[in-house]
Design a protein around this ligand. Sequence first.
Ligand SMILES: [Zn+2]
Length: 272
Amino acid sequence: MATNWIAGAERLGDGTIGGAMDLPKAGARVVWHTTESGDGDAAFKSVANYLIQNGSEPHILYDPSTDRIGQFGPLNESARALRNDGSSRTNRVGKVCIQIEVLARAKSPFTKTWKPGPNFRKLMGAIRSWGVPDAFPMGNPPAYPGASRRDRAIWLTTAGHYCHSNIPGNDHGDPGSISPKALFDAAPVGKPGVPVFPGKQYFKAGADNAHVTQLGKQLVKKGYGRFYAVGPGPRWGEADRKAVQAFQKAQHWTGSDADGYPGPTTWKRLFS
Ligand SMILES: [Zn+2]
């Protein structure tokens, strides 16, 4: 089940900030921002009020110094922290476009000094529940000031994490060069030893990557080696799909839950 409201997040404002997505078939994504302010409870309150008065609410306000989290609106609707790209309503691109304002400054990347805790893990859990892969499709977050990369074709087609400095039609340079590894490592999936699900795009026709090998080896370990004449190896193939499907059926899953393509739930169960 995908999460719309993060359990335990403080509700900010009246809970209505946007509406339906314009391009729900574009991949699920996240956009990271920094508020260009200090952190702490006083800043949390004043920035939340400012964003509401200004009509530029993200979904989430997060304090990296205290792990405090607030939520302005449901994750399955649009937020308001981006400018349009011409006539394209950037806030409404994607299955979801989860926008996060972090109480920090772009010139001092918050992942160097932050103290993520249970609320950050809940946030990442909600993000992953929508199938957002642990990846930044435009590469490492651009440093501030001076750098940006705004590739419209990638933005309109690719699931994953983005920075405000990646969004076409926008000129802001936040959140600076935050570390993707720090973000993803701060919220391991499940118990220790369960690797983070890398994303569905690594397991499809034409895929050739180390995650496929990792998946295949685990399937062999769990007793599904009979599907492999050779391997398992890095190239996704019918043997992988059949082995995954047999594993899924063994969980009594049916239909699209047993199509042979792993998602976060299959991954977690397989590696638990
Ligand atoms: Zn921003």
